[in-house]
Design a protein. Sequence first.
Length: 104
Amino acid sequence: FSFSLQVLQLFKTLHRTRQQVFKNDARALEAARIKINEEFKSNKNETSPKKIEELVKVGSDVELLLRTSVIQGIHTDHNTLKLVPRKDLLVENVPYCDVPTQKQ
């Protein structure tokens, strides 16, 4: 599994995540696009396998954070914000339990 393939997959995944997370927000979509492209461009000549591995880890962590933690907010008036969580963020808020529940 070569680094170039891994880096390309991460690049594509970050852009797909950006499109989902910032959907309908042109300014955020563009800012995220520019940031992703700048980060990859600034490290495109990196040859150290260790450094590339570290950069891929950071990129993967950022993608996970975006996908699991960012919720869009829409200003509905001067001091009201409507949150628009994506379906994949809506999970049951169930307290921790040692014994798994049985699905019927």
